[in-house]
Ligand binder design. Structure first.
Ligand code: AHR
Length: 502
């Protein structure tokens, strides 16, 4: 009898056991979460530019409006791999006179160059973001990149500034962010790090800083865990000759390139595996940071993860080179977690660009003809925009685990910041597919009120479609309360929560 009673007690305890997480938030904010962490990326690839941003010779104002809303800080263009075959002079002047070139990187499609430099500048102006240009090292020359800077930034009288005026833009655009090549270890020219470092120094020496525009030159950085590349960049270029070093890391749901896994049809085990793959970025950044710290202990040089995202198989019926994929709640959970990682590492990570903004890889926006939908990932950027330029509040999370098959991740992750008006924002993620988790966090300063928003869905592979475009979108969240100096949150399964404490 006693034994049966004991088993019953255990069962009751188990059935009602509440999963718990604890967050300790420190109030010593010395690091600003740079807004560039929330940057985007647009390449001449598939329906990214044509159809996505630019349709029937016009910039899509529906897309512009949506991007304005999330305060996009910068937009990287024209690639990606395309950048190292792009010659900027093909894309200026009267559209009818622009050459037709072949996009040999992406599908051999004909590039009519109707969207070029001035159209890109107009797009950035409308969005209210900074342009981030990836210059051509692979098939370009220092002279060509230098001329591009002059066309965009020179305020005096020269042939290139005159050309800009003829093209309707007397005022300089003052473009500060310049990538010197892209993936130079791969599609950008299959270079060794030593060879590229020499080329970087050569190109950078001729990039002029015209009065009124400070250039932020970015080194084409490592692929994922290629630490040797970083070592050579830091040694041969160094922190005084570049503003930043880029890093590219993609999450392949299966952990491999082929097959990468469906964007919409995947099991719980595959879901968990994607999370494990996504979280590797934290360790990878930590390793690169250690190398950078060795050469640059004052952290002068920024690390920019200027390509990241979940890269799955294309949607059935779409061409492989176009990389059109759907976007599920899983991808939003990955985006929210990755942004938490970037926020928490903001002392070195000062920029990042999700790949890619519209219709390509992990998109914010999908379009079909004149229709547009906002993906779950878009809503993450909308929730998290409050962290831009706010002070980081470092935190430590103690979380239960989410286990599926061979894969284990911490169920809860978070980041926190305080803005210039003293408002605290905490972003929380619960990966667990079944369990709600009770989170207790200390408040660094007393706050009389807490309000929240939640992004969630029933299933991790739920998506927004053109038939049901708002199935997944943020809603008011009421599962939070303040108890003296403690914040208590009931995080539902598969959820992203943004709390505002005033
Ligand atoms: O984002 C798609 C491609 O991925 C980019 O063109 C390239 O830089 C990377 O390999």
């Amino acid at each position: 009898m006693k034994r049966i009673f004991g088993i019953l007690c255990l069962f009751v305890q188990f059935a009602f056991a509440q999963e718990k997480a604890t967050i300790v938030i420190s109030d010593s904010g010395h690091t600003v979460i740079g807004r560039y962490i929330y940057g985007q990326f647009a390449e001449h690839l598939g329906r990214g530019i044509y159809d996505g941003f630019y349709r029937n010779g016009k910039i899509r104002m529906d897309v512009v409006q949506a991007l304005k809303e999330i305060k996009v800080p910068d937009l990287r263009w024209p690639g990606g791999c395309f950048a190292d075959q792009y010659h900027w002079r093909d894309g200026i002047g009267p559209v009818s006179a622009r050459p037709k070139t072949v996009n040999t990187t992406w599908g051999m499609v004909i590039e009519n160059n109707s969207f070029g430099t001035d159209e890109f500048m107009q797009l950035c102006k409308l969005i209210g973001c900074e342009p981030y240009i990836a210059g051509n090292v692979g098939t370009g020359s220092p002279q060509e990149m230098k001329d591009w800077v002059e066309y965009l930034n020179f305020n005096g009288t020269s042939s290139f500034s005159a050309l800009r005026k003829v093209n309707g833009h007397p005022e300089p655009y003052r473009v500060g962010l310049w990538g010197v090549g892209n993936e130079s270890w791969g599609c950008g020219g299959n270079m060794t790090p030593e060879y590229y470092a020499n080329l970087y120094n050569h190109f950078a020496a001729f990039l002029p800083e015209y009065p009124g525009t400070q250039l932020k030159k970015v080194i084409s950085g490592p692929n994922g865990d290629d630490y040797h590349w970083t070592e050579v960049m830091m040694k041969d270029i160094g922190p005084d000759n570049a503003w930043g070093l880029s890093l590219h890391y993609y999450t392949f749901p299966t952990g491999k390139w082929n097959p990468r896994g469906s964007a919409t049809h995947f099991t719980e085990q595959e879901y968990a595996h994607t999370l494990v793959e996504a979280e590797k970025i934290d360790t990878i950044i930590a390793h690169h940071e250690r190398i950078m710290d060795k050469y640059d202990p004052q952290k002068k040089m920024a690390l920019l993860v200027d390509e990241w995202g979940v890269w799955s198989d294309v949607e059935p019926g779409t061409p492989g080179y176009a990389m059109y994929q759907q976007n599920s709640l899983r991808d939003a959970l990955v985006a929210a977690t990755t942004l938490n990682i970037f926020n928490n590492r903001a002392d070195r990570v000062r920029g990042a660009n999700l790949a890619q903004c519209v219709n390509v890889i992990q998109s914010l926006i999908l379009t079909k003809g004149d229709q547009m939908l906002l993906t779950p990932t878009y809503w993450v950027f909308n929730l998290y925009k409050v962290h831009q330029d706010a002070w980081l509040l470092p935190l430590k999370v103690q979380s239960p685990l989410f286990v599926s098959g061979k894969d284990t991740v911490r169920a809860v992750n978070a980041s926190a910041s305080v803005d210039s008006t003293g408002i605290i924002h905490i972003s929380l993620v619960n990966f667990d597919a079944h369990k709600s988790i009770s989170v207790k966090a200390n408040l660094p300063k007393p706050g009389p009120s807490v309000a929240g928003q939640i992004l969630t869905a029933e299933k991790f592979n739920d998506i927004n479609t053109f038939q049901q475009p708002t199935k997944i979108k943020p809603a008011a969240f009421t599962g939070c309360a303040i108890d003296h100096r403690d914040l208590i949150v009931q995080l539902p399964p598969l959820s992203i929560v943004l709390l505002t404490i005033k």
